[in-house]
Structure formats: C-alpha cells, structure tokens
Write a protein that binds this ligand. Structure first.
Ligand SMILES: [Ca+2]
Length: 269
C-alpha cells in the first residue's frame, strides 16, 4: 500500500506543481520525475492472474494453508471451531478433519520433516502432528502470539502480527534469529500467513489484499503482489489468509477466511 500511496502522492504533487509553474523546462523535468516514480511503483507491485478456481469451504476461517503431494492441509481458527483438515486439490470434500479443544484458537500451519506444525493464537502452544494420522506427536511452547508459520529445510519461521519474522529451531522453538521487515524505511506490520516460495518468504498483510515477498536471507522486501482483483473480501474478517506453494510443480494457491474458492494463480516475475 505504501507504493500506491507514494504513486498517488506523486501524482497529486505533480499536478499541483503544474498548476503553479509556468516554465516549460520545469514542467519537462517534473514529468521525468513523475515517470520515474511511476516506473518504481510498477516495478515493485505485481498483479496475479487466475489459472483456475477450486471450491473452498466457505465456513472455514482460514489461518494456515499448505499443499503437499496434491493434498491441501488447512488450519482453521476461532474458539470452539478450530480444526486441522486435509482435502485434495480438486475438491473441498474433506478427507480428514480433527477439531481442537474449544480453548484453542488455531493459527498458522506448516509441514517440516514429514510432520505438521500448527500454531495457536494466544495459548503459546504449537501442536506437532503425524501428517497421515493427525495424531499429536508432541506439543511445543513459545512466548507471545502465534500468527503465521512456514518452514524451509532448516527453520520454522513465525509471524506474530508485528513486522518481525522469527526463525526458530524446529525441535525446541528457540529463536535463532529475528528479522524486521521494512519498506522504504517503514515497518511492515501485520505480517500474517506465511509461505516459503523458493528463497523468498511470502507474507500476506492482515486486512489487506497485499502479499509481501521477502528475501529470506536478507529480510529485504523485494516486491508486492496485489491480490485485490481476485479477493473475495467484503469486510474486515473475510480477508486473504492462505498461501500455499507446490514446490514440485511450481504452483501457487491462495484463499481466505470464509472464501468460496481457492485460486491457483500465476505470478509474473
Ligand atoms: Ca502457508
């Protein structure tokens, strides 16, 4: 959104100057300045294209979303309605679902070393499940809130609603490093659902249709993806909150809380 604001601010600034400056030289210089700002905006923001739509349970309060071997795994939230579920990439019909105790509000979900890891919002509890049976193998604990979760072959990466991503040891949850995400020098808060896509971490920004693409090595925000053209958002709750990457077939899927569809999308680099 910062890019959009910058673009609109630049347009307004440019228009005002045109109205008060009569010199053609200045006008030409200002026009070149405006083109540079527009070029920067266009470079930093990418618009996705829909490849296909897949039905999604419109009662699912999506908090975590992954895909593995043609199977979606989804974590849904809310007290008294949190779950872990599995279904294939052609239908929302559930293959397996378990419900969490009413006291837990489920959050992010990832797959690491053949096990599913599921966060909870304010309980400081992370459940570790057998991927096939959904049996709880162990329960880990952490301080602070749990929002989004993803992993590579070494770390779990967690968000907590701030602009900080924490890289944690998968066995102990010890914080190995914390990275502050900024854009144009300003913190990018409300980092939520996460997904490793190659060497990048994609993070959707709570209550927006924007996804920040972050270099996982440096923490640099390399570009935005603006999903407003496909978002089913009508208010502040039904926001985009599911990003799943199929690294075998290089496919991206997105969905949101209470959305009717999962969208397989194409993103141009
Ligand atoms: Ca995800």
């Amino acid at each position: 959104m910062t890019s959009t604001c910058k673009f609109l601010s630049a347009l307004l600034f440019f228009t005002r100057l045109l109205s008060i400056i009569k010199s053609r030289v200045y006008i030409v210089c200002l026009f070149v300045f405006f083109l540079n700002v527009f070029h920067s905006y266009a470079q930093e923001t990418v618009i996705p294209e829909i490849i296909r739509k897949i039905p999604h349970d419109s009662k699912a309060f999506t908090q975590g979303f992954i895909v593995d071997e043609g199977i979606f795994y989804e974590s849904t939230g809310l007290y008294g309605n949190s779950s872990l579920r599995r279904y294939n990439t052609h239908s929302e019909k559930l293959i397996k679902k378990i419900s969490l105790e009413d006291k837990f509000f489920a959050e992010g979900l990832t797959l690491f070393n053949g096990r599913l890891y599921q966060l909870t919002w304010k309980s400081g509890v992370m459940f570790v499940y057998d991927k096939t049976t959904f049996e709880i193998i162990k329960i880990l604990s952490y301080n602070g809130e749990g929002w989004g979760l993803t992993s590579n072959n070494k770390y779990l990466v967690m968000s907590d609603g701030s602009n900080i991503l924490k890289f944690r040891d998968p066995n102990t949850l010890r914080v190995i490093k914390s990275v502050a995400i900024t854009f144009n020098g300003l913190p990018v808060d409300n980092l939520n659902e996460l997904e490793f896509v190659g060497n990048e971490i994609w993070a959707n920004i709570w209550k927006s249709d924007l996804v920040a693409c972050i270099d996982s090595a440096t923490g640099e925000l390399v570009r935005w993806i603006d999903f407003s053209s496909i978002s089913e958002r009508t208010g502040t709750e039904d926001v985009l909150n599911g990003i799943a990457y199929d690294k075998v077939e290089d496919r991206i899927f997105v969905t949101g809380k209470f959305w009717n569809s999962i969208y397989e999308v194409s993103i141009q680099d």
